[in-house]
Write a protein that binds this ligand. Structure first.
Ligand SMILES: C[S@@+](CC[C@H](N)C(=O)[O-])C[C@H]1O[C@@H](n2cnc3c(N)ncnc32)[C@H](O)[C@@H]1O
Length: 237
């Protein structure tokens, strides 16, 4: 009998017996962690009164979008708040080919990946959670669609799941420059630790530069998956 197993009373098993009896299930844990991470982020914004809508860059198969909509509906009903608008941006035809030198230097995405739900399919799925007037879908490259967001919008929850350095930098530059990031907003990166967590590639590089360019004062909140990280924005210039 090993000491740790005894200490936690693992159904009479030693710790090593307990672990060998447990099935390794990567998929189930990933979904569970992602679900908990995204739902808690939306709950944080709604319960603690952070102003603004929810925005997602990169909807792909709609997995994260669905979770955000589920949380939006559930938390706003629970705390008797109006449902937040959800802005959803994607090509809806998969990853564009990398256009920036930094993205050409990584090997994970070459273009065409993640051609998931169409804009119509996404909207139909989301309408099962939230009213259609809360759903704002923008189809096309971010460079063509982001400036169409109404200029008086502000965002409480920002989910960046667009993988490339250039895509992440483009959308964050727009939001920070347009002062669309609410005080206390929660900023979620899905791919923060990709590329061996190198600060000179991907979403990490984009965030490192944004922090410097806009003098962002922020707190690290949590990691919600092997690659995902969340931050709260306190102030910026
Ligand atoms: C990993 S997928 C998103 C997965 C999705 N969040 C989910 O849970 O199913 C990344 C998405 O980012 C989109 N994307 C990346 N760069 C883009 C750009 N510059 N303009 C528009 N969409 C872009 C791709 O089309 C792709 O669907």
């Amino acid at each position: 009998m090993d000491y740790i197993g005894d200490m936690f009373s693992l159904k009479g098993l030693s710790y090593s017996q307990y672990l060998t009896s447990r099935k390794y299930d990567r998929g189930e844990r990933h979904i569970k962690n992602l679900f908990d991470g995204l739902v808690t982020a939306v709950e944080y914004a709604i319960y603690l009164g952070v102003h603004g809508s929810i925005i997602e860059f990169g909807t792909g198969w709609g997995l994260s979008t669905n979770i955000l909509a589920y949380a939006n509906k559930g938390a706003s009903q629970h705390w008797d708040n109006p449902c937040r608008n959800m802005y959803l941006l994607d090509t809806f035809s998969g990853m564009p080919k990398p256009s920036h030198e930094i993205d050409k230097n990584q090997k994970s995405w070459i273009g065409g990946e993640f051609a998931g739900l169409s804009a119509l399919e996404l909207s139909e799925v989301l309408e099962k959670h939230i009213p259609s007037n809360n759903i704002k879908i923008y189809k096309g490259l971010f460079s063509e669609t982001i400036s169409k967001i109404p200029e008086n919008e502000i965002f409480a929850v920002i989910h960046v799941d667009c993988d490339y350095y250039h895509s992440a930098k483009e959308v964050l530059t727009f939001l920070f420059r347009s002062k669309m990031v609410a005080v206390g907003a929660i900023l979620i990166f899905d791919d923060f630790n990709c590329n061996q967590a190198r600060n000179d590639l991907g979403e990490r590089k984009a965030w490192t530069e944004i922090v410097k360019e806009f003098g962002v004062n922020f707190s690290f909140v949590r990691a919600h998956s092997v690659s995902g990280s969340q931050f709260i924005i306190h102030s910026y210039m």
